[in-house]
Ligand binder design. Structure first.
Ligand code: 0RQ
Length: 504
């Protein structure tokens, strides 16, 4: 450990995860590292979960609030949720146990735009941050920290927390040193300055995180890899969605609306997003750039093949195979990858200036183009909005993708009215399903409805959607966005009652 922790004072504070977890009081707000299964603390949350279980067994109430970058892993979200240890969770999660606790009402969840989290913490909107638990790759002789596989909100947690617990993970490749770009120029209004970035690969900060050494109360040694984020090989549905997007991008280049090397790409998480990136590998595009939040296998492949020249993100979330390649060829990747705080990777100012092409998955869209990325049947939480809103509203082009149906065809992902709205019609330019692509730019709501139903809805649901629009055009109180209010959410209530959105 002394190789990695080169600030001698910190070696005096090395202790076990159990001892470190004992320093976290009940009721604390705890800022933890971690972004989409990367760079999360591996030992202290597990030890804390064991402590909480023990306290509960003795009849002592013990819960904490957990703030992170985004989703983590079973060792953090899963373990703490399982023992009913989380009072409030923010800003994003994807853990099945956590999701169940949220949906059963046993745990509070504040679903936030990922770029908002750091500034809301600085503004004091979230309350006081008591403890930070942050994974790092090492400590320099002067006490600065070498970040791990995710930067997330770590800069903010380290600055704001009263006490800091560091997990030094010696399995994180040492050679990641130099891959990070931590920008310390963020101030709160009215003192804000423009963020000086005009190219996605421009360095604007420094490679290391700062921490006041006096606040570091514990250093815990770990040597365990991040969650293995596996991807299914692209299926026919994802491949079709990817091919429509790539054809569309080629058309836009021909029309002179996009440069030949496109604009920086943002890609959401999941199999469809990965399939789009896999599709780009076989496309004629060259010299692509990435400006995204999570760098997954698909983008790594593009870098390795020389199709993409650089990628900026806040986290690297890879499958085991891709991780092996990353580690083996780290000198190559270090030249091409920059990891930044999520307030920078997702910053609306930069998304707008750089002209990002945003591609995110959704749960459903309505006929007018309002998108639901988070809720099942209007009530249950899936994961959270994540960064999709940061990108969608400010992007040069904003795509939302989904298969046209879910649950073996029982659910239409194109519905009369979205049961929850994360991205309004104003933020959604292009909707894509395996049925086709609907370019909604410049259209009115009724024109959008026609195009979305014809291009994107599944044939099983298309007639019913057309019928709804036709009747709404007769029965609605206004003709700009015609709705039958008594019927608009009937598809969802029918599914809840009968297990299918289909009539009869
Ligand atoms: O449930 O697994 O129980 O069958 O929803 O659906 O099709 O596997 O889609 O894994 O790509 O996730 C929007 C959730 C899509 C994700 C969402 C059911 C379906 C299945 C998942 P089962 P798929 P994906 C970058 C940007 C928000 C955050 C974001 C997400 C499950 O992409 O969380 O964009 N996005 N971040 O059966 C009811 C419908 C349904 C439905 C699908 N219409 N109604 N259930 N499902 N459609 C990353 C970060 O920000 C960190």
């Amino acid at each position: 450990l002394a190789d990695r922790v080169r600030y001698p004072d910190f070696l005096q504070r090395v202790m076990s995860a159990d001892e470190a977890a004992a320093l976290i009081p009940a009721g604390a707000n705890v800022g933890m590292s971690g972004f989409t299964g990367a760079g999360y603390p591996k030992a202290v949350p597990l030890a804390l979960a064991a402590r909480i279980e023990n306290e509960h067994a003795q009849g002592h109430p013990f819960r904490i609030s957990v703030w992170t970058g985004a989703s983590t892993a079973p060792e953090l979200d899963g373990a703490l949720a399982k023992v009913n240890g989380i009072e409030m969770r923010l800003p994003f999660q994807s853990d099945p146990i956590c999701r169940n606790k949220i949906n059963s009402g046993e745990m509070q969840f504040s679903d936030m735009h990922l770029s908002h989290v750091a500034q809301h913490a600085w503004f004091g909107f979230l309350g006081h941050l008591d403890v930070a638990v942050v994974e790092v790759a090492g400590v320099l002789p002067d006490g600065r920290l070498i970040p791990s596989t995710a930067v997330g909100n770590n800069k903010t947690w380290l600055d704001l927390a009263d006490k800091v617990i560091l997990e030094v993970n010696t399995q994180v490749p040492e050679k990641m040193d130099g891959m990070h770009d931590i920008y310390y120029g963020t101030a709160v209004p009215p003192h804000r300055k423009p963020i000086p970035m005009t190219h996605p690969h421009e360095r604007i900060g420094e490679p290391y995180l700062h921490v006041d050494p006096a606040k570091v109360v514990a250093v815990v040694h770990t040597q365990q890899g991040d969650r293995d984020t596996r991807f299914a090989a692209p299926d026919a549905v994802s491949q079709k969605i990817a091919s429509y997007i790539i054809d569309f991008l080629q058309f836009e280049v021909k029309q002179g609306r996009l440069p030949a090397h496109l604009l920086p790409l943002q890609s959401g998480v999941g199999n469809v997003a990965n399939a789009v990136l896999a599709g780009l590998l076989d496309s004629p595009f060259e010299q692509l750039t990435g400006y995204t939040e999570v760098l997954q296998d698909g983008m790594l492949d593009l870098l390795r093949a020389g199709k993409m020249v650089s990628a900026s993100a806040t986290a690297i979330s890879l499958s085991k195979t891709a991780l092996a390649d990353f580690t083996e060829n780290i000198d190559f990747y270090r030249e091409r990858i920059l990891l930044r705080p999520q307030e920078i990777s997702n910053h609306p100012e930069l998304v707008r200036r750089l002209g990002i092409i945003a591609m995110n998955a959704m749960i459903e869209a309505d006929i007018y183009g309002n998108v639901n990325s988070t809720h099942i049947m209007g009530s249950g939480m899936m994961n959270g909005i994540g960064g999709s809103g940061d990108f969608a509203r400010n992007a040069y082009l904003s795509f939302f993708v989904t298969p046209s149906v879910a649950k073996d065809g029982a659910i239409s992902c194109i519905v009369p009215m979205a049961s929850h709205v994360d991205h309004t019609e104003h933020d959604v330019q292009i909707i894509v399903t395996e049925q086709g692509l609907a370019d909604l730019r410049g259209l009115s709501p009724t024109q959008r409805a026609q195009r979305i139903i014809d291009q994107c809805a599944h044939p099983d649901f298309r007639p019913a959607l057309h019928d709804y629009v036709a009747r709404a055009k007769k029965g609605a109180s206004g003709q700009h966005t015609p709705h039958l209010l008594d019927e608009a959410l009937s598809w969802h209530s029918r599914y809840v009652k009968t297990g299918s959105m289909k009539l009869g």
